[in-house]
Design a protein around this ligand. Sequence first.
Ligand code: C2E
Ligand code: CA
Ligand code: CA
Length: 408
Amino acid sequence: MASNSNVPPFQAMILEDHDFQRKIGAHVLKTCGAAEVLEAANGSDAIALLDARQNPLDIMVCDLNMPGMDGLEFLRHIGLRQNSVSVILASGMEASILRAAEMMARSYGVRIIGAVEKPLSEGKLMPLVLRHFSQHLVSPRKQVAAMPVAEIKNGIARGEFEPFFQPKVDMHTCKLAGVEALMRWRHPKAGMIQPGAFIPVMEANGMINDVTFVLVEKSLQAARDWRDQGYPITVAINLSVDSLRDTTLPDRLMRMVTAAGLAPDSLTVEVTETVAMTDLGHSLETLARLRMKGFGLSIDDYGTGFSSMQQLTRVPFSELKIDQVFVTGSSKQDILQALLTASVSMTKRLKLKSVAEGVETEQDWQSVSRVGCDVAQGYFIGRPMPRDELIGWYRDWMGAHNNVAASE
Ligand code: C2E
Ligand code: CA
Ligand code: CA
């Protein structure tokens, strides 16, 4: 790990009786940026190590099934000692046992980060560790004041919602890889309103579908116009859980794409991992059908949800978007770099395209380019813009990056 990190090096422990698994756990913790990793093969040794320390540990991985003092008893002890270490549970036993252990530990006041199924691996452990630290490093998203329901209804009736488009560019050629449609409210008095002020209200009040399809319609119309000007551009739209629950959604989107004179591969659907995993039966049916019909399917905000990789592989995604909390400022934070590396190598294994969101500076661009990310999106490239500005933006962008594209 580079020494210029502004992340304080953390102190860790692995408690695991199996030698090889313990070495893997220690290795992953070091790769994530641990300055020191204590190793223990049973609960009593771990307690002795903890008691001998002056400063508390930051994080530990705890196996449950061990000879001597097992993981459950160990967790009870550190709960009673009010030790502040944050714990990742590891076990080869069934998920219900892990859940019971987690509840027991929490009831003793132990801080649990999450649980992983054994065998331990970098792919399972690293995201949990890095997410834990990044949540402390990166400030949460800004909260904005919510608009009243009645006013939103008026806005829908008056047709004031429209998509803005943000470019996604190929990191090798700098060419446009597509655009993401982001909803904006052109309010007659308040001016342009961002989605944070109305999407959660729409979702909570069952109104989101009223505007989703208006947005899709307008986005497809824009894509058609760009194509007619000689720019075939893929448009990505964001879907909420309500839209996904409707198993007729793929047919409806298909009709809309056809009516616009486009093919399904010109539309990509973005859903967050949380949305994809809610109401799993319905959403899996809808998502699988979308892919079967040839639409693109993207995991949005990857890294902010709690689904395991195993769960995500059940859904036939074509693209993974790494959330901006892991991208913006990543060149200065080793922990974020490590998570980027892990996420990109996982997307390669799963044969998915990786997209980095929140590329705000040249340093962010360098940092995601270094780990081999395929596509970048963010203010450094372009902000979300009205449809009529996109082609002008693209000409300027290619003018500035022509040498890159020409050398491909
Ligand atoms: P998202 O899907 O993760 O969209 C990316 C958000 O990051 C957008 O915020 C975009 O403007 C912002 N962004 C892009 N580049 C950068 C950057 O370099 N730095 C920073 N700090 N931010 C960047 P926006 O437009 O405010 O949208 C917020 C969220 O609202 C979206 O997050 C999406 O979850 C939701 N949303 C937007 N449009 C729709 C829609 O039509 N339907 C649904 N269901 N949700 C939508
Ligand atoms: Ca999105
Ligand atoms: Ca996102």
